[in-house]
Design a binder for this molecule. Sequence first.
Ligand code: ATP
Ligand code: MG
Length: 244
Amino acid sequence: MAYYYKSVKKLSLQEEINHNQHLKEIEQKHHLKLVHAMLDAEERERQRIGRDLHDGLGGMLAGIKMNLSQQSKTDNRNLDTVINRLDESVKELRHIARNMMPESLLKIGLEDALHDLCELLQIEDTRIEFQPINIDKNLPLAMQMHIYRIVQELLNNAIRHAKPSNIILQCSQHQNIVHITVEDDGCGFDQELIREKPGIGFSNIKNRVEYLKGNIDIESAKNEGTSINIEINADAGSDRSGEG
Ligand SMILES: Nc1ncnc2c1ncn2[C@@H]1O[C@H](COP(=O)(O)OP(=O)(O)OP(=O)(O)O)[C@@H](O)[C@H]1O
Ligand SMILES: [Mg+2]
């Protein structure tokens, strides 16, 4: 009899563990679904803003410029300054739009799009070297987008915060693991800062990496620059949308 009760007790304990495990799994799935929905919404919002800026405002400004150019030919020479300023505005706006909506990804694929991004972001004082290794051209588009966004934020951070002379971006793939490394020789920073009070940029990277079942490693020292290594699983993000 005692043995019977013991085994029943054991069984119910096991059931409870199973039940808790099950609850945990449901919770994890729910969390991943939320992260996915958030990233997806953010991406669509960026693309919409990018398109609006490029086609809407960009088109309008270009129209005004043409109109003014026409007028300046006939009478007012002063209009030339206004036209030049307008020209600069159109350039700046195209730059923002391209940042928002990487059309290049669809047209030319991840590797070339990253080349373009490095060229676009390179400034006089900062050289960006890109080393692609073995990136699969057939990576799912959603995965290419995640990688592109992560790199974009890392490069922007390095340029904005570190003021480096050199940045090296390495993106390599070995089987289904993709490695992203961004190294700069800038001012470095205290990592506690990111842990305690991450900005939107780094929070987004963390969300993406968590969603892609990857990990982040940061090495940074004051005045010695920063090296950020990210490893993600290329299969992780595929077709989560259909997940029950
Ligand atoms: N490569 C880097 N070199 C030096 N400091 C850095 C570097 N990358 C990040 N940081 C520091 O980490 C902080 C957090 O970065 P994060 O991208 O989250 O926010 P942010 O760039 O300030 O704002 P945003 O939300 O626009 O991205 C930065 O403000 C900066 O102080
Ligand atoms: Mg940032």
